[in-house]
Unconditional design. Sequence first.
Length: 193
Amino acid sequence: MTRVLIVYGTTNGHTAKIAASVATALREVGIDVKATQASHGLPQLEGYDGVIVAASVHGGKYQPSVRRWVTANAAAMNRRPGAFISVCLGVLQHEERVQQDVRNIMARFLAAAGWQPTITTTVAGALLYTQYNPLMRWIMKRIAASAGGDTDTSRDYVYTDWAAVRAFADEFAATLRSSKAAPALPPVQTRVA
């Protein structure tokens, strides 16, 4: 049976829900999945055929636990199909400058870690006003207002396109199937002069 490890970072719990949704979609097509939060220890990649990492952007960076785990495991991750899910509210803004910033955040992270995932995506997260402390609520309201977003802090707003999350999981499952079906490459031969 094909086995996939999902490692995620979450600040207010929404990225955990996205990781769980991906795990459910993969299990429905017969893939054995383990999902774990990066801050709950350092899961090992041995025995897994593929890996998915999901992390949310806060202040232009992903969670430190995710950055550490990916950096420590990049070489092993580059030897198997991998996917990265960036959770960022900036994806909702349509200005090219903001979209370029969103792409740059992901590109800088992957380059610094040395990981080259097979596929990547950016999905919108949530404004969880009711879970924020007063300072964070004020900050997020100001950011949302400047972007033309929702500012009623008495409720939460989920912007995640769950159908797109499911489609991404299906795409990764297809990537795994095609990597399993591909014939093994012969070992690289080294000549000694």
